[in-house]
Design a protein. Structure first.
Length: 318
């Protein structure tokens, strides 16, 4: 008994009888005679039912409402357990259906740490060549509306793919009507903090700017009006570093050439003015002013001017 007491209190070699009795009482209360945690028993029974029974869809919300009353640590553990169950190849179809019905209720109240941990598994499974578990993780995140919690590398790849599709739609025929679904899907591709992954940033700024400025054709100024609110929303979230990426676009002919037409020329100046209001950086202001004040129909040539090239040297870098 002396050895056990020493392990618990390595610096207390002279515990008197009263202290020892008190310590033993605590041990008896919490380790020996503690009442069973009935809520934990209920959770264990629920997990057993998820694995082995068919739960009625009408009961999902009732189960979810009861589960969210659990301590947050238990909620996180339960979410991790059912995620693991969903992404295991041997799990039955009935069990996966049970998880799919209950998981959204738990996801809403789980911690962000747990959500990011689950999202990161997509990248882990992908890198390990675990195709089934990677696809199952994607399905699970779709079910709980959590695709934005994927690891940054995976998110960057998906954002770039959407941007490529959006760019093709813009340069294709009838772009006024074909950009909207791709623009809308960008909303679901961003992580919860709204920050664009570094690997996708340059393309993010370029495609959004191209689509906002338009190609100058048609009565809609070459812009898909139904997609325009998405472009405005994301452009409004540009930080200084995205504004710098915009300024650098004037050296990219794919972006700048359409501004040789009157409508894109007008719209690119509107965009430059909008971005100017979003930053207090004097060097960024100087570059944007050179774009805004360029003679009509010459914004696409501003990059070749000495003043503009010199201004680029003072722009902030990430």
């Amino acid at each position: 008994m002396r050895n056990h007491a020493s392990a618990a209190h390595p610096n207390d070699n002279d515990i008197d009888g009263f202290e020892m009795l008190s310590w033993l009482s605590v041990c008896l209360k919490y380790a020996i005679t503690a009442k069973p945690d009935h809520s934990l028993i209920v959770v264990k029974q629920l997990l057993s039912n998820i694995r082995n029974s068919v739960i009625s869809a009408a009961d999902y919300s009732i189960i979810g409402a009861d589960l969210v009353k659990q301590p947050i640590e238990r909620i996180d553990d339960f979410l991790w357990t059912i995620f693991s169950l969903y992404t295991t190849e041997k799990t039955t179809v009935d069990a996966k259906n049970n998880v799919a019905g209950i998981a959204p209720f738990i996801w809403r109240v789980a911690t962000d740490d747990r959500k990011y941990e689950i999202g990161s598994r997509f990248g882990v499974f992908r890198k390990n060549g675990e195709g089934y578990r990677k696809d199952a993780t994607h399905e699970f995140l779709q079910i709980v509306d959590g695709l934005r919690y994927k690891d940054e590398d995976s998110l960057a790849g998906e954002i770039i793919e959407i941007l490529e599709n959006l760019s093709r739609a813009h340069f294709g025929t009838n772009n006024f009507y074909n950009e909207y679904p791709h623009a809308k899907s960008l909303d679901n591709s961003l992580p919860p903090n709204g920050n664009v992954p570094r690997a996708a940033r340059a393309m993010w700024v370029k495609v959004l700017s191209i689509c906002f400025v338009g190609n100058g054709h048609g009565y809609k100024q070459g812009v898909d009006e139904s997609a325009l609110p998405y472009y405005q929303k994301h452009i409004n979230n540009f930080s200084d570093i995205e504004v710098v990426e915009f300024i650098k676009l004037f050296g990219d002919s794919e972006f700048s050439l359409p501004t040789g037409k009157s409508k894109p020329d007008d719209r690119v100046r509107v965009l430059a003015n909008t971005l100017k209001q979003k930053t207090s950086n004097a060097h960024i202001h100087k570059s944007l002013d050179l774009i805004i004040s360029a003679p009509p129909l010459t914004a696409h040539k501003v990059h070749s001017t000495t003043a503009f090239r010199n201004s680029l040297a003072y722009l902030p870098n990430d």
